[in-house]
Design a binder for this molecule. Structure first.
Ligand code: ASP
Ligand code: MG
Length: 241
């Protein structure tokens, strides 16, 4: 049975209205036996707001507590997306990083994923439930919450796609794909249908950060096909392979 991981960035889930639209689209496009794992970022600028609260509480907040605080952003969006899916008649279940088996090292605020214990996710998708995983977070072996660094939900999505041997990892974002140049600056810029991992890495390191560069590296190493596409329309985006 095909398995697809879909990642929705902060702008795609910025409001409850957008979350409902994402839920509607997922329900409408779910094909028969496709198993779905969704990964979400925090709503809009939630992470920035939480960071500013932290620095008001303490100019040098302990990193362990920063991670605990920031992890709430993705927990909120994953729970709301799962609720929205259930309201449309889909069976969905939301997981924190811990529940999703995402084990990291103990480097707070920029932890690296060490392994993913996929049993609980597999158990749910085998029951034809949609699993919504909070991006950007994991836990140490001691169950202490960590985060993966800014933009880290991309890493969650690609690492899960690799661990679950997904057929595709779709990255839904606020642009329609990868362009030959920045379409906001160069109107004749063309959207690329396909691009290699290395080409995308080059673009990512030159500043145009549609996907986290480490997520692209991870995708390359584990041969995870990426599809970078818009969360606001149905158009095909760019395939990275
Ligand atoms: N919410 C986190 C951030 O703003 C992670 C992510 O969006 O991927 O960096
Ligand atoms: Mg991002």
């Amino acid at each position: 049975m095909p398995l697809v991981v879909k990642k929705f960035g902060g702008s795609s889930v910025a409001t409850l209205d957008r979350i409902s639209k994402v839920a509607r689209r997922i329900v409408d496009s779910k094909k028969g036996n496709t198993r779905l794992v969704l990964v979400v970022s925090a709503m809009g600028d939630t992470t920035d707001k939480l960071l500013s609260l932290a620095s008001r509480a303490n100019p040098e907040p302990p990193k362990r507590e920063i991670d605990l605080l920031l992890s709430t952003g993705e927990i909120v969006s994953s729970a709301l997306l799962s609720m929205s899916l259930n309201s449309l008649g889909a069976e969905a279940v939301a997981f924190t990083g811990l529940q999703g088996g995402i084990i990291t090292d103990n480097v707070h605020t920029k932890a690296r994923i060490r392994k993913i214990e996929t049993d609980r996710i597999v158990e749910e998708i085998d029951k034809d439930r949609i699993v919504v995983v909070a991006g950007f977070q994991g836990v140490t072996q001691e169950n202490i919450i960590t985060t993966l660094g800014r933009g880290g939900s991309d890493l969650t999505a690609v690492a899960l796609a690799a661990a679950l041997k997904a057929d595709m990892c779709e990255i839904y974002t606020d642009v329609e794909g990868i362009y030959t140049a920045d379409p906001r600056v160069v109107p004749q810029a063309r959207k690329l249908r396909r691009i290699s991992y290395d080409e995308l890495l080059e673009i990512a390191s030159s500043g145009a950060r549609v996907v986290h560069p480490r997520a692209v590296e991870l995708a390359k190493n584990y041969e995870v096909r990426l599809h970078i596409r818009s969360s606001f329309n149905e158009k095909e985006g760019t395939i990275v392979e």
